[in-house]
Design a protein around this ligand. Structure first.
Ligand SMILES: [Fe+2]
Length: 437
């Protein structure tokens, strides 16, 4: 079955699966067509300014009060929520991991969530968590919503199908999806195994960055974001709904599927985006801009220019700058940087940072190209070069990222990561030429 999508970012969408199921000219008719219930899902306070006011109207077989009952506690011990401080003994450092191993027992998208870092405070609605998910089975009768934040999903292995109450998103590595806070969904695997990264954004929603003097085009373009058309199922068999709420998990039993929205309209909705449609902009003579030039989505913090989280990619691109050290420079950063690699090779680290791997460069901790990368870049013949076969990304947050015990004790933590800078030589010898031997 092919699922369809509507293009645009933050549009006021409308979609119906049955003719006439979407009321026209009003939101809440006395008796909605098909005997549906009308329900509003708010993504912002009612009184938020027009530019950030988000809500959708859902027309469904049963209202959501029928999709919850009495809750019981549920346990997902590897999914942590900020603040989560001091649950391990690992000292401060720059860290890098090989991929999180695939699970051996049956694991779905929710039970396969492994939190690597948390930042800020979910209850204060600021900060984020960086997770890796690993899964080998579909959710069939289980459904989930996250009240603590929206989920930005970055698949690395295996295609997924997000069956949500507002429609179906099919997602493969190279694409990303964003699932709004509170949206009910389940995740099916299209392949045998799946792994990827998730940013759980506790703060204001991701939006598109302003482009300033770049103008009206390039970077991510609104039409390349795709929101699913309505889809529903009428399934009258036992189901469960799992809820993440202020870092705790709860489950409720249902006699039917909660994915029963026949029609909806509004601007609070899930979407996907193909990273190959990002049009990178960069230096065309010398130097290079800050990596913020590669921001796909930004979640503001309330302080201008200071993101709660930026989602940044490092896509294939041409390097043409003259008399320039072309890889990313050495730096220390007030923002903290969680990086992953979807496929290929990252230009500042040709070895050791593998697809599915992770690096973490926390607030004010120095980093930059490894010794061999520096040697290559300073000795290179600066012809135009295409960086190909690469797609790295970064969750960059204004908050320091706290490692979880899981991350600190993970077998794939590279003990020798900091040694990648050990062979950087002293080049200063008191002469203007320096020692480039
Ligand atoms: Fe950095």
């Amino acid at each position: 079955m092919a699922f369809s999508y509507m293009p645009g970012f933050g549009n006021d969408f409308e979609t119906e699966t049955l003719p006439g199921s979407l009321p026209q000219g009003r939101n809440s008719p006395q008796r909605p067509a098909y005997g549906l219930y009308a329900e509003q899902l708010s993504g912002s306070p009612f009184t938020a300014p027009r530019g950030t006011n988000e809500r959708s109207w859902l027309y469904r077989i049963r209202p959501s009060v029928k999709h919850t009952g009495r809750f019981k506690g549920a346990s997902y011990p590897l999914w942590k929520t900020g603040p989560n401080i001091g649950d391990h003994e690992l000292a401060l450092g720059q860290y890098r991991w090989n991929p999180v191993p695939m699970p051996s027992g049956p694991t779905d998208f929710i039970s396969g969530m492994r939190t690597m870092t948390t930042a800020g405070d979910a209850i204060g609605q600021s900060g984020m968590a960086a997770h890796v998910y690993v899964a080998n089975r579909s959710m069939v009768d289980d459904h989930f919503f996250d009240a603590d934040g929206e989920l930005l999903v970055v698949p690395q292995v295996g295609a997924l199908r997000f069956v949500t109450e507002m429609g179906v998103i099919e997602l493969r590595p190279g694409e990303i999806a964003v699932l709004p806070r509170g949206l009910v969904f389940k995740v099916e695997l299209a392949d045998k195994e799946a792994r990827g990264y998730v940013c759980e954004n506790y703060g204001a929603k991701f939006t598109m960055p302003d482009r300033g003097p770049i103008g009206a085009n390039c970077l991510a373009n609104p039409r390349d974001f795709k929101t699913p058309c309505a889809w529903f199922e009428e399934k009258e068999t036992p189901c469960r709904l799992i809820v993440k709420w202020c870092g705790t998990f709860h489950v409720t039993e249902l006699g039917h599927s909660p994915l029963d929205v026949v029609a909806w309209h509004g601007n609070y909705a899930p979407y996907k985006y193909d990273l190959a449609t990002f049009s990178p902009v960069g230096a065309i003579l010398f130097d290079h801009p800050d990596p913020s030039i590669f921001t796909v989505l930004t979640a503001p913090s309330g302080e201008e220019g200071t993101a709660n989280v930026d989602f940044v990619i490092f896509p294939p691109r041409w390097l043409v700058a003259e008399n320039t050290f072309r890889p990313p420079w050495y730096h220390r950063n007030i923002m903290s940087e969680f990086m992953g690699l979807i496929h290929g090779q990252y230009d500042a680290k040709e070895e050791g940072f593998v697809p599915g791997g992770i690096s973490l460069h926390n607030q004010m901790l120095a980093h930059g190209p490894d010794a061999s990368g520096f040697e290559k870049a300073t000795g290179a013949d600066l012809k135009p070069v295409k960086l190909d076969n690469t797609m790295a990304f970064m969750f960059e947050t204004r908050f320091p990222q706290m490692l979880t015990r899981y991350a600190a004790e993970l077998d794939t933590l590279q003990e020798n990561y900091v040694d990648c800078w050990a062979d950087l030589k002293k080049r200063f010898n008191g002469t203007p030429e320096g020692d480039w031997s």
